[in-house]
Ligand binder design. Sequence first.
Ligand code: TRP
Length: 347
Amino acid sequence: MKKIILTGDRPTGRLHIGHYVGSLRSRVELQESGAYDEINIMIADAQALTDNFDNPDKVRANILEVALDYLACGIAPEKATILIQSQIPELTELTFYYMNLVTLSRLERNPTVKAELKLRNFEGNIPMGFLTYPVSQTADITAFRADTVPVGEDQLPMLEQAREIVRSFNALYGETLVEPKALLAQNKACLRLPGTDGKAKMSKSLGNCIYLADSADEIRQKIMSMYTDPNHIQVSDPGNTRDNPVFLYLDAFSSPAHFERYLPEYASLDELKAHYERGGLGDVKVKKFLNNVLQEVLAPIREKREKLAKDPGTVMAILKKGSEKARETAAATLSDVKRAMKIDYFA
Ligand code: TRP
């Protein structure tokens, strides 16, 4: 069986460092590993519209922003297909057939959907499009026959839902669809990077993100005003590193080489943490180190992004070509699906 990846993002804003450690960085590693026959990366605009249908300008504007973030991180159009979901009408058709295989109560029980409904105050007045987006996400994954879906932890319920639909489909109509599995980031700290304010999630609406497109100054300002341990008042006080976002960011980003370059008096992050926990290590020193680390990681991404942003026509041409190629793949799967469902009358 071919090794195929499909993953994607909603174009509702620029991508941030949570996206980077949670998924973008590993996508590039997977791309460079050569272990996959196909890599498909989707800008999920139709899904973004399920809760932004009243703001099409926002979704449209962020197509280019997300594409720039992808390319700047090293996703290479010769090795990975970047596509725009709405340009593949076959996905909508698949969604319609898969809807027969899932119940309303099952969708309402999906933990990710539940959490999002709460967040958006949709409760009691749920748009159908929003409620059924897990079915459409199943179409995204299966259309490309993806066996591997690199995602953040919050997407696990979507993958479970997809597997259930695939099993039902194959049991009813014969082996047709590939059962996908999630691929999570290895490093625990990368699964969910907190916001700069210490809130559990980095999110545009909370204003607690560091974006891949941020300037060096913006990054420094955001880091220097980060939330740390509120009980670590004097430098001499013992501090908590466990739910301290500064240390969680270091868990996700710092390497031994960073210590050699910027903080040679400590051999490792463990030593730095031990000092903070004992007391006698100030927040400013740790933040300055984090700033050096993040500046080093983000500068090449930002520079590449700025260069690419000068030529949006080329970026849009990449998306057009990727979407055309993706459409062929999705059409082949749809034709298998229709045959299996015995609706291929004129074949
Ligand atoms: N739901 C994903 C998110 O919010 C985006 C997405 C859409 C996706 N279709 C997908 C992810 C298919 C993986 C596979 O980030």
